[in-house]
Design a protein around this ligand. Structure first.
Ligand code: PLP
Length: 457
């Protein structure tokens, strides 16, 4: 059961089916353009969408809004230092700000960043610094149906070969994303982190964690890695941070706040250069673009997020929804992980070709049938067309992500999602695809407009 009770509530919108139909037409079938008040269950993202605890709100009320040296900063600094062990901690307003500051300080054109899988903003910030973002996911990650426990791991052989090979001298850093968001939210084992750390030390390459979901990763380690069965998630997390030379963190995930992030570093010279850029572009080094109350709420959230009862329930809710989805006849990326389920829309809707976007078709049906908002991660997101609109590249898989906000929805909300999906799956062959009407040159899934393509009979 949920290890909390509800003290403050917010009504959720319940538009009628006709209102949902009209809303979809109005936004030209782009779910990003819906108003949130038109959505009943919003599973677009788990980022910044969590519910604050009473203790976080209270900490925020005690926030110190001094421009520099606030009490809030010192509380935040102590919480992050105890958790991570890094010598230098810089607050930033969210994860991508931390990425931009670190990468534009550490990278140069021609350098390479290796990762288990770069998250999309991470990749964008590596590329904006003129460097190459290269993914080395482990072999198990390629099989969506495999229940292997640590499909977020980096491919150690490929990592060793790259570091020892002709590109080795160009590798500027290695980033491990925990959990691996771009790879289905799968965790990374401590064994994999240790071996990566050792390889980086051997070759003198800085090793960083992209730690947005460090607590969920730690929980899954305690469940599935024999050597860590008797440790607490907090102990695992502390050890993981200490294997790396630093981290970037989007606090909108596992610090359970609406806005926030930070960089942790051991290298004093690098920290000093990052701090100058932080001051020039985010804010003074003791607030980094945040209010004092935000720093206090982050500090409190970072202590709550590793509580075993919280993590156990979060894993259990994901497993519960996964069970309902499988029972509805819909496949997911196995195993289900914690922050999201990834529906295999390509397999559910084989009559819709990639260039008619099966993932987008399923996402639109989820909204139409149940007022549920999700995110397409398929060919609308990753595909490309030539100037005449002919498809030239499709995504490896046609997926839909159901992200699970922290402490927000209950099991009955998720049962509604399972029931809606079951109704859609029963008449999957009548679900139609879409074609793009207009699109932007980059990140087209955010701004594209679409039109339905009738099912051929
Ligand atoms: C969300 C996320 C980011 C970016 O953080 P923002 O706070 O959204 O800017 C970076 N890496 C990972 C793994 C993330 O999940």
């Amino acid at each position: 059961m949920e290890p909390y009770r509800i003290k403050v509530v917010e009504p959720i919108p319940q538009p009628t089916r006709q209102q949902r139909e009209e809303a979809l037409k109005r936004v030209h079938y782009n779910l990003f353009d819906l108003r949130a008040e038109e959505v009943t269950i919003d599973l677009l993202t788990d980022s910044g969408t969590g519910a604050l605890s009473a203790a976080q709100l209270a900490a925020g009320m005690a926030g110190d809004e001094s421009y520099s040296g606030s009490r809030s900063f010192y509380r935040f600094h102590e919480a992050v230092t105890e958790l991570t062990g890094y010598a230098h901690i810089l607050p930033a307003h969210q994860g991508r700000a931390a990425e931009r500051i670190l990468f534009s300080t550490l990278l140069e054109p021609g350098r390479i960043v290796l990762a288990n899988t770069h998250f999309d903003t991470t990749r964008a910030n590596v590329e904006l610094a003129g460097a190459e973002a290269r993914d080395l996911p482990c072999a198990e990650a390629r099989n969506l149906d495999s229940p292997a426990p640590f499909k977020g791991n980096i491919d150690l052989d490929a990592l060793a070969a790259t570091l020892a090979g002709p590109d080795g001298s160009r590798v500027a850093m290695v980033v491990m994303t925990i959990t691996n968001n771009g790879g289905g939210g799968q965790p990374v084992s401590m064994d994999n982190l240790k071996r990566t750390s050792a390889l980086c030390r051997r070759y003198g390459v800085p090793f960083f964690l992209d730690a947005a979901r460090f607590a969920e990763n730690a929980w899954l380690v305690t469940r599935h890695e024999a050597a860590y069965r008797d440790r607490t998630p907090r102990q695992v997390a502390e050890e993981a941070f200490r294997l790396a030379d630093g981290c970037m963190m989007s606090a909108k995930k596992d610090a359970i706040v609406h806005i926030g992030g930070f960089i942790g570093l051991n290298d004093p010279e690098l920290a000093q250069r990052c701090e100058l850029l932080l001051i020039a572009t985010e804010g003074f080094a003791t607030y980094g673009g945040l209010a004092g109350r935000d720093l206090d709420m982050m500090a409190q959230g970072l202590t709550e997020v590793t509580e075993p009862a919280y993590l156990a329930e979060r894993a259990d809710v994901a497993a519960h929804l996964a069970q309902r989805v499988r029972a509805a006849g819909v496949d997911i990326i196995e195993p289900p992980g914690m922050h999201a389920l990834y529906l295999n829309a390509g397999r559910l809707l084989p009559h819709i070709p990639p260039h008619h976007f099966p993932g987008h078709a399923l996402a639109c049906q989820l909204y139409l049938e149940g007022g549920i908002r999700s995110a397409e991660l398929g060919s609308l997101y990753l595909g490309e067309e030539d100037e005449q609109g002919n498809p030239v590249k499709s995504a490896p898989y046609e997926l839909v992500r159901l992200a699970l906000p922290r402490r927000v929805y209950t099991r009955s909300h998720y049962d509604h999602v399972g029931d809606t999906l079951a109704r859609i799956a029963k008449r999957a062959d009548s679900v139609h695809g879409f074609r793009i009407v207009e699109q932007s040159p980059i990140l087209r899934h955010f701004r594209a407009t679409l039109a339905p393509v009738p099912v051929e009979s």
